[in-house]
Ligand binder design. Sequence first.
Ligand code: MSP
Length: 508
Amino acid sequence: MPRFYLTTAIDYVNSPPHLGTAYEKITADVIARYRRSAGFDTHFLMGADEHSLNVRRKAEEQGLEPLDYCAKMEDVFRAVWAKLDVSYDEFIRTTERRHHLGVRKLLEAIRARGGIYEGAYEGWYCVSCEAFKQEKDLEDGSCPLHRAKPDWITEKNHFFRLSDYRDTLLALYREQPSFIEPETRRNELTNVLEAGLLDLSVSRPGSGWGIPVPFDERSVVYVWFDALMNYLTATGYGTDEDGWDERWPADLHIVGKDITRFHAVIWPAMLMAAGVAIPRQVFGHGFVNFQGERMSKSLGTAVDPLEAADHFGPDPLRLFLVREIQYGQDGDFSWDRFEARYDADLANSLGNLVSRITTMAGRYREGRLEPSARSALPEVAARAVADYHAAMVDLRLHDGAAAAFRIVGAVNEFLTERAPWKLAKDPDAGAALDEALYEAAEATRVAAVLLHPVMPKSTARILERLGGVDGDGVRFDDHAAFEGGRALITRTGEPLWPRLAGGRSGSR
Ligand code: MSP
């Protein structure tokens, strides 16, 4: 079975997840679920980035030891991801021993190959970004992302020879453009590389919170150097190396556009410097904005992802994020759009469709639909399935979801045209009724299979009602084709998505 190893960024744990950080995990989960259903031995890694200064400060504010604070936050994060149905296979924390050992090994490997030297850093440092800043990175003296003045620091550090990798990275982007997607991110970073690269300070003085530098125990590893290595240390690098090269390299790193540079410039350079294979692809998604601002706790624009999931479970939220925002670009979240999408796509369209089909199947055919002569629907479904796969493999998740909804739209039209409720009244129209109901049900079943990665729980319920597979066992090879060869046993049930009709606003 082919393997697929994908990761998300590991979050700073100084505040709980918001809809922006959740967006990343949900979209990565859609990709992970897609790959599992496509037959890949999928490994989906997430985690927590704990050695940041802001995390330590937050722990102090709460009167907790940093490790105790982080343990508490691990529970908070895991609970949110569970409620959003994010199906990670592994969760790594940067305070784990396996991570420490792996980080120290990689650092030693880079140093042994001449990639690290001692020097002095004097310049700006933004604690929220945990990044060294040049004058040109600032706007009116502030970090543009956090709107805060960075600290001026002067310290003796160990430096990584990042500047050596400029030409190699430019060649990598040129020769293997899929290494960094989407294209806008590749162009941005090509410009960064063309403007020139500076060597990178990879240690910070002090030994309180962080991973001690193996060859200078009075310093800790720069938090980004430490954090990036999680993808590698989770595979057992430095601790469990039996069969390690089957677990590495990663196939896909999903990260936000603000940190794509770390993943597509610094990370491959670190690996090359240590003689370790580089990941196959980095995808830099856009930001979710709220009221025109990047959603962020520090900017006061955070939306609680659980609030949006509380009412009808995570699926409507997952669908909204996938369908409304072109993957790779920025998009807006608003309660009005969320409710409008819910009513249009789910209550009025897919949910209503499932309920009409199962009700008519029950009433006219006792819930058993025999395969029949074919309409245009199998064609429509086959085209949508092909478009869906092409889009999902390309990480155009929005196009994938849209392809599935094309089937839903076509079935709705088909039912209006065939009007099975009229056929049921005509004693000579038995075969036409069989056909209309069967084809509508079978095409809707295919749409539910395609939407399974996006809405795992509710599509499992749809599949149950349309005589399909059990949700966890969805495999595209077996289930994503219009069958036309076997009877469908249908079941009616409660409405999947009651109409909102402006109803939920009052409860916010
Ligand atoms: N700890 C680093 C990542 C280290 S990865 C080796 C970090 N953490 S973060 O908590 O600030 O962000 C986690 C992820 O959430 C990042 O990929 C970031 O881009 C993403 N997002 C944060 N706010 C976001 C939005 N408003 N919208 C979409 N993604 C957002 O960076």
